[in-house]
Design a protein around this ligand. Structure first.
Ligand code: TXA
Ligand code: MG
Length: 318
């Protein structure tokens, strides 16, 4: 089992001496290590059982620091970074050779973001290297939004979990790149596409779902609980699956046919931010119960609802 605490000095010492440590961010917990060393990055891939073709996101605490590791920063990225960092937006930029190709799975571009969490920002300010940090879950499973989620699944792989409480956004960062200068969102996430477009104009959405993604590791069956997930009209799905032990995820509505224990209403007030924050915990809780399938409503396809639907659809694509 890993130790859990709020000791930033301990975390920074472990990281400086080549260990990997779980860190909180506003989106999900990350499994962090020095992004500049192959032998440390390998530890991250191993602990997660992550295939080497799925590149890692680098985390830093200032644009100036990031500039040391990328060839150039296009003006749109400066605009987005100034507006949204620290925050749930990741940008793809041409990497300098100092970033090992293992970190980027051989790609020329490296993913960077400044996460918005006070503990992790303080930690990053004490480090002169970026932290490579994928979500701190075994590959393919639901991302962790509490220190306990990390402990439950990766506690034997690491020594320390920096505990920053429950993640405020609860869903991974939005990833944007600029192939041939054209802004392209590769993963829907915590920063709404609408907010990005308000600043830099229309963006393309390219959620690559192939099994060997050249860009983001957006494998179709990702974020998946162990139980099958079905997304659709709950009443119809309940009829279809009559006789099974069922868990239900809904936005606002409560379903009388299902016991309270087996249903999770993600936001009684109908707020998509709150629903996103609760989504992964709800999936985990239902996944751990003695039910056979998880049914979910589709969410309104706007703002964070698009990212929620994306995660649910991937979870249901076994
Ligand atoms: O919110 C987040 O982004 C969290 C926290 C910890 O920061 N991190 C996270 O990392 O979700 P991960 O590894 O679970 O997802 C990172 C995604 C992967 O799907 C990866 O393929 C994509 O980012 N990615 C990373 N580097 C890339 C690159 N150079 N080109 C294209 N996609 C990249
Ligand atoms: Mg992940």
């Amino acid at each position: 089992m890993a130790a859990i605490g709020k000791d930033i000095l301990k975390a920074s010492k472990l990281l400086k001496s080549g260990n990997i440590v779980a860190i909180p961010t506003e989106t999900v917990y990350g499994l962090a290590g020095n992004a500049l060393h192959d032998d440390i990055v390998v530890k991250i891939f191993k602990a997660k059982n992550r295939p080497a073709f799925d590149p890692l996101i680098c985390h830093t605490d200032s644009i100036d620091k990031m500039a040391q590791f990328v060839e150039y920063i296009p003006s749109e990225v400066k605009t987005l970074a100034n507006a949204f960092w620290p925050g749930p937006l990741t940008v793809l930029l041409k990497k300098k050779p100092i970033i090992p190709s293992l970190t980027t799975s051989g790609l020329d571009e490296v993913a960077f973001r400044i996460p918005n969490h006070p503990l992790t920002l303080e930690l990053l300010s004490a480090l002169d290297f970026p932290l490579a940090a994928p979500s701190a879950n075994p590959f393919g499973y639901i991302s962790p939004t509490t220190a306990k989620h990390v402990q439950d699944q990766l506690g034997n792989e690491i020594n320390y979990i920096l505990d920053g409480g429950e993640c405020e956004v609860g869903i991974e960062s939005t990833i944007i790149g600029f192939p041939a200068g054209e802004p392209t969102v590769y993963r829907l996430g915590g920063k709404q596409v609408e907010e990005i477009e308000a600043l830099i104009g229309p963006v393309k959405i390219n959620l690559n779902q192939s099994s060997n993604p050249s860009a983001p590791g957006m494998l179709k069956s990702h974020y998946a609980p162990k139980k099958p997930v079905h997304v659709g009209n709950i009443s119809e799905l309940l009829e279809l699956h009559e006789g099974k032990r069922i868990g239900v995820i809904s936005f606002v509505d409560h379903y009388d046919a299902i016991s309270d224990e087996h249903q999770r209403v993600l936001s009684q007030n109908g707020e998509l931010n709150e629903a996103a924050r609760n989504l992964f915990s709800a999936l985990r809780q239902l996944d751990s119960m003695s039910i056979e399938i998880i049914l979910s409503e589709p969410f309104p396809n706007e703002g964070l609802g698009r990212a929620i639907n994306d995660r649910l659809n991937r979870a249901s694509a076994k």
